[in-house]
Structures are given as structure tokens and as C-alpha cells.
Write a new protein. Structure first.
Length: 167
């Protein structure tokens, strides 16, 4: 791995505090569909145990040589019959706007398309998150539509954009 290049690392216990810090960051919490409530160390450990048992998902830490973890990526809802999967990623606020988001998504697309042999890769993103939508479009994703008022986030309903890419 060269300097500045994203590497996908399997999720390990030593990454849990990094993930917990990210999920508890107000800027990051605003971009995920789950409630914006602080996550305790114990809750993070229980979440990790559930992830180990889930055979329909992979979670990776995005690491950069010389920096360490800069974000994480998910490949989830793996449907081997229809060769479809959902992707997701987040870059820590202090590492955003450096190209890591596009690099991470490219690695996830490669993993899902090549290693898992998936045909359809999709994702969902808040409609207000124009920066992320731009990154996904740069990676070849196309907008499929808008799910109106899909997520109740911090007391208000939010639209979600569905995007996909196919082989």
C-alpha cells in the first residue's frame, strides 16, 4: 500500500473505539439513519458481537498508511441469489475532502463486484447529503429515485436517495 492509498482491513476489536468515536461525533451522527444518541463502550461491544454472527455483511476499516483508520465501509444485505448487495461508507470528519471517500467506495465496489461476484450494488443516502451524492456519482452510481420521508431523524422526516451501479 502506497502513501495515501486506502486499504480495507477486517473489523477487529482494536477498531471498536475508533468506530464508537465516529458514531458519537455530531457531524457523523447526522449522516447515519440510526438515532443520534451516544453509544457506550458496552453497546459498541454488543454491536460487534452481532456483526461477528452476521453472515450477510462485511464491515471494513478504511486505513491509510501513516494515518491509520480514516473511516469505515460496509457491504451488507448480501443477496447471493439475485447477486445484489448494499454498500455504505463514512469518512471521519477530520479526513474528509481528501479523496478518501471516493477511494473507499471504489474499494467496496471492487470487493462486492469481484470478490463477491455481485451484479447490482446499491446504497441509500440522505437527500440533503449532496457531498456524498457527488462522490457516489463520481464512482459511477446512478440515482434511482427518492424515498420520501423514509427516515425519522432527530424529530423530522427525511428523504433518502437510492443509488445503484450494475456490472
Amino acid at each position: 500500500m502506497g502513501d495515501g492509498e486506502i486499504e480495507l482491513l477486517p473489523l477487529e476489536p482494536e477498531h471498536l473505539e475508533f468506530l464508537r468515536r465516529l458514531r458519537n461525533d455530531p457531524a457523523m451522527a447526522a449522516q447515519v439513519f440510526s438515532p443520534s444518541i451516544p453509544i457506550s463502550t458496552r453497546q459498541q461491544e454488543l454491536w460487534y458481537e452481532r456483526q461477528l454472527a452476521d453472515r450477510s455483511a462485511f464491515i471494513f476499516i478504511a486505513s491509510v498508511k501513516g494515518l491509520g483508520p480514516v473511516g469505515y465501509g460496509q457491504v451488507k444485505h448480501i443477496d447471493r441469489v439475485n447477486r445484489s448487495v448494499e454498500l455504505g461508507c463514512h469518512i471521519a470528519p477530520e479526513h474528509q475532502d481528501k479523496g478518501y471517500g471516493a477511494a473507499l467506495m471504489a474499494k467496496l465496489v471492487e470487493f462486492a463486484g469481484t470478490t463477491l461476484n455481485m451484479h447490482r450494488l446499491c446504497l441509500e443516502v440522505f437527500a440533503r447529503n449532496e457531498k456524498a451524492i457527488h462522490v457516489y456519482e463520481k464512482c459511477g452510481f446512478l440515482r434511482e429515485g427518492v424515498l420520501r420521508d423514509k427516515v425519522l431523524k432527530d424529530g423530522r422526516f427525511e428523504d433518502v436517495v437510492v443509488m445503484s451501479i450494475t456490472k
